[in-house]
Design a protein around this ligand. Sequence first.
Ligand code: DGL
Length: 270
Amino acid sequence: MPFNKAIAMLDSGVGGLTVVRETFMELPGERIIYFGDTARMPYGPRTHREVRRFTEEIMEFLCTQDIKMVVVACNSASAAGLPRYQGTFDIPILGVIEPGARAALQHTRSKKVGVIGTAGTIQSGAYERAIKALDPTVEVFSKACPLFVLIVENDMTEAPETCRVAEEYLTPLKEAGVDTLILGCTHYPLMEDVIGRVMGDGVKLVSSARETAREARGTLKSLGLLNPGPYPEDGCRSGHRFYCSGPPAPFEAIGKKLLKQKVKAYRVLF
Ligand code: DGL
């Protein structure tokens, strides 16, 4: 049955697991097939053309699996060419940028919204366009934070120098008076504590992960592809599958910490 198929998700590394975590909560009956391109991360400093090529390679691989939808759980890959992927592959494909922009507008009162992301995402202007399309009166302040991805992938979020790096990146946004900050990279929710400490209590941190999981539910429902259950005792957890292009061990360690369950990853080489 088509609704029994899995939802595929992809990212350059472990960041997209933040979208998986939210999807587990929003859609407990769905099976996830995840791909982290850990051998070729970070995507942020690469050209859009190269990121599109990697993303399309991964999509081709994912489309050989038993899937019903793809979530591009990576802002850099979404910014590099979501409409193009949607035009190329004959399967519903969601990105993370519009859901993040929508979530930010629900929170801002001052209409000053900050966006942090990789160099590629910030240079693309994708968030600014998505926000302005929804509300042209909102002021957007953007800042690329390239080191954050490396901090997360190397499991250094608690390291003392991480706080100094965060202060350097975030102080201009704080000074601009934003009341809402979009974590425009799926890796950044894993640094939420330090980002929150630097920005202070008055600033709402928005991750697109939850909103994306909600959008996935809405899309599946409207297409008649939502898995109606009943679910087995352990949900469909045993059916999830994780792939990465680099060595599985570091991916499995961060995955276990984040998803609070054992993660077995299989290596796929391109
Ligand atoms: N997590 C990704 C994003 O949302 C990519 C980070 C990277 O590889 O630079 O942009």
